[in-house]
Design a binder for this molecule. Structure first.
Ligand code: AP5
Length: 203
C-alpha cells in the first residue's frame, strides 16, 4: 500500500479523559466479537473492533478502502497508522459519554501497542482468548456460510492463522503482566463467566 496520509486529530480529549482501555486479543474466530458483545451489555464499555472499522472503510468504496480490502483478503496486517487513526477517530467521537474502551483485535503486533500507548492512553488490561487452531478454523468455516466476509475461506483462514502466530502471539508475551489468558473452548456463556472473573478486578 502506498504511503498513508495521516489524519490530523487532536488526541488531548482522549488523554485528558483517562478512561480505562481493554485490549481484546486472540486468533481469528476465537470469539473476540462474541465476548465483546456480552462485555458491553454487562459493563457498558465502548466496543471498537479494528476489523469492523476497516470493513467500514472498505464499504465506503474509497481508493484506500480498495487497497485495504486487498490486504485483508490475503490475511495480512494493514499498515499500523491506518488502524491507529481509525481507532483514535472512533474513540474521539465517543469519549464524552464513554465509561472506557474495549478495543477488539488490537494490537496485532507489538509496535501497534507501543504507538497506541504513546499517543493515546495506557492500556489497563488485556484479555486473550486461547483456542486451538483447528477449532478456530471450524468456527470460521461455519460462519463463512453466512458472513459474506472476503477472508472467511479456507485459504485466507490459513494465512490469518499464520499471521496471528507470527505477529500477534508475541504481543501476549509483551503484555504478560496485564494479560488474562482465557481458555475459550467452552460455550459463549462459559467463556463469559471467565471473562467476568478477569474483569472483576477492574470494578
Ligand atoms: P478481524 O475482523 O479482527 O478478524 P479476526 O481477528 O480474524 O477475528 P474475527 O472477527 O473473524 O473473529 P472473532 O475472534 O471476533 O470471533 P467471533 O466472535 O466473530 O480482522 C480481519 C482482518 O482485518 C485481519 O485479518 C487484518 O487483515 C485486518 N486487521 C484487523 N485488525 C487489524 C490490526 N489491528 N492491524 C492490522 N490489520 C488488522 O466468532 C467466530 C465464530 O465462532 C462466530 O460464528 C461465532 O458465533 C462462533 N463462536 C464464538 N464463540 C464461540 C464459542 N465459545 N463456541 C462456539 N462458537 C463460537
Amino acid at each position: 500500500m502506498a504511503a498513508v496520509d495521516r489524519k490530523k486529530l487532536d488526541l488531548n480529549p482522549l488523554r485528558d479523559a483517562k478512561l480505562p482501555v481493554i485490549f481484546v486479543l486472540g486468533g481469528p474466530g476465537c470469539g473476540k466479537g462474541t465476548q465483546c458483545e456480552r462485555i458491553v451489555k454487562k459493563y457498558g464499555y465502548t466496543h471498537l473492533s479494528s476489523g469492523d472499522l476497516l470493513r467500514e472503510e472498505v464499504g465506503s468504496g474509497s481508493e484506500r478502502g480498495k487497497a485495504l480490502n486487498a490486504i485483508m483478503e490475503k490475511g495480512d496486517l494493514v499498515p499500523l497508522e491506518v488502524v491507529l487513526d481509525l481507532l483514535a477517530e472512533a474513540m474521539l467521537k465517543q469519549v464524552s459519554t464513554s465509561k472506557g474502551f474495549l478495543i477488539d483485535g488490537y494490537p496485532r503486533e507489538q509496535a501497534q501497542g507501543v504507538q497506541f500507548e504513546q499517543s493515546i492512553l495506557p492500556c489497563s488490561k488485556v484479555l486473550y482468548f486461547e483456542v486451538p487452531d483447528q477449532v478456530m478454523v471450524e468456527r470460521l468455516l461455519n460462519r463463512a456460510k453466512t458472513s459474506g466476509r472476503v477472508d472467511d475461506n479456507e485459504e485466507t483462514i490459513k494465512k490469518r492463522l499464520a499471521t496471528f502466530h507470527k505477529h500477534s502471539e508475541p504481543v501476549i508475551e509483551y503484555y504478560k503482566n496485564k494479560c488474562n489468558t482465557i481458555a475459550a473452548l467452552g460455550s459463549p456463556d462459559e467463556v463469559f463467566t471467565e471473562v467476568q472473573k478477569a474483569l472483576s478486578s477492574m470494578q
